[in-house]
Design a protein around this ligand. Structure first.
Ligand code: SF4
Length: 449
């Protein structure tokens, strides 16, 4: 039964930038099949949840959303006689496997993050009633899904581009190596082809993605393995591209070649997200992180030397098993030394199947909460300090969306700060220079020059 052109799809994305990228590729596939997007779930003939398994809460949120999706589907059936196909994608599927169907038997398909290229065929099979039961597929395919994905297009003035997937680091608190599998790097030519298409369809800024992006080792046209530095230089040569970013990096894989890119590539933004998680060497060892706090600080020093304008952000976990006051103080000390302008900080969350989940000396919830508050107050103080220091400066801003007020647009500076500005709506998806006139902890206000 052919796809009816008026049929609509709705995708809800949880979690990281890689999931945002995956959802945009799923959208490319569905539009290739003739479906059109809707932002209203009750109008959708296909509802897809792209899930995150990084913290307990994230997984539970999915099941409450699925419950609501079932109610909406029943109403559509009763009131309009329309069926709704419900699908789940992503890391919760990979972790929970058939459990999803046990907890939500009304789900039509559940596919892992490495096999979402199978969705179009699954939809055709479901429509043709060639499938009775809900389908679960958590395969780790030999051939990468990227080989089956249709032509991509810009996700906006800023687009994500996955160049690497999976992780071999096995940090003891993390589920990614189990949900995304071993590291896989896409060939250089394939990445460049996708980058050119993004630029040709309106992208000015490309953010290269990978769970461990700086361990990228894709093959070039001669079959030679190339690192991220090589790829960055190649992408920087592409006409029409104004900005490059890459995320998420692992400290031990920040080699000198890559650090020098921050000196040598003018369109590489002076902002780097480099998770450290903890400042305590005892805790970093228990986390199975392949670096000490000293190693980390030496990398930061080299980066600041390569580009004195460069600013950092990071990830932190407080309350990891056996974390003492002294360990926590070591985390605060690394924050004071690096002075991050942004950061993501969380209480340690036990993830089923990870080594840390069964470690002794689990920290009390109350202590985790107290430490998180202290850490976040310190982090926000440096974020505020940097934003205030930007007042009076002129900064290039890439305008991405409409603001809350009439005639207002919101964009991002090279330092990923949100900047609100009164300007002509036609400036959306453009880079303009703005003078910063005021700042808060989370954003800047600017005046067009
Ligand atoms: S490097 Fe990142 S993605 Fe890999 S296991 Fe560690 S925390 Fe997870």
């Amino acid at each position: 039964m052919e796809t009816c052109v008026s049929e609509k799809y709705f995708i809800k994305t949880f979690g990281c930038q890689m999931n945002v990228y995956d959802s945009s590729r799923i959208a490319d596939m569905l539009e290739n099949e003739g479906y059109t997007a809707t932002s209203k779930q009750s109008d959708a003939d296909i509802v897809i949840f792209n899930t995150c398994h990084i913290r307990e809460k994230a997984a539970e949120k999915l099941f409450s959303d699925l419950g609501r999706a079932q109610l909406i589907a029943q109403e559509r059936q009763e009131n309009e006689g329309k069926t709704t196909i419900i699908g789940v994608v992503g890391c919760v599927v990979q972790a929970e496997d058939t459990q999803i169907m046990k907890r939500a038997p009304f789900v039509d398909f559940a596919v892992g993050p490495l096999v979402y290229h199978k969705i179009p065929k699954l939809l055709r099979d479901i429509r043709a009633h060639r499938r009775q039961e809900g389908v679960v597929d958590t395969d780790f395919p030999a051939i990468s899904k990227f080989d089956f994905l249709p032509e991509n297009k810009a996700q906006g003035a800023c687009s994500y581009l996955a160049v690497q997937e999976g992780c071999n680091n096995f940090c003891t608190y993390c589920v990614v190596p189990y949900t995304r599998g071993a590291e896989y790097s896409r060939p250089v030519a394939e990445v460049l082809k996708e980058a050119r298409r993004l630029i040709a369809t309106g992208t000015l800024e490309i953010n290269l993605l990978g769970q461990n992006v700086n361990s990228y080792h894709g093959e070039d046209e001669n079959g030679q393995e190339r690192g991220l530095a090589y790829l960055l230089h190649k992408i920087a040569e592409l006409d029409g591209l104004k900005r490059i970013r890459y995320t998420t990096s692992y400290p031990a894989d920040m080699n000198d070649e890559l650090i020098n890119c921050h000196r040598d590539i003018p369109i590489l933004m002076p902002y780097l997200h480099l998770p450290v998680q903890s400042g305590s060497d005892k805790i970093l060892k228990a986390m199975n992180r392949r670096h000490t706090s000293g190693d980390y600080l030496r990398v930061v020093e080299k980066l600041y030397r390569a580009n004195p304008d460069l600013k950092m952000s990071s990830d932190f976990i407080v309350g990891f098993p056996d974390e003492t006051e002294a360990d926590f103080e070591a985390t605060l000390s690394i924050v004071k030394q690096v002075q991050y302008i942004q950061a993501f900080s969380f209480k340690y969350s036990r993830r089923p199947g990870t080594p840390a989940a069964v470690m002794e000396n689990q920290v009390e919830e109350k202590v985790k909460k107290e430490r998180l508050e202290i850490l976040q107050n310190l982090l926000f103080s440096y974020q505020e300090k940097f934003n205030q220091a930007c007042v009076g400066k002129v900064m290039p801003v890439l305008l991405e969306q409409k603001g809350r007020h009439k005639g207002q647009l919101i964009g991002r500076t090279p330092y990923m700060q949100n900047l609100h500005i009164e300007t002509d709506g036609a400036n959306i998806n453009k880079i303009i220079n703005a003078k910063v006139i005021s700042a808060t902890t989370n954003s800047l206000s600017g005046k067009e020059l």
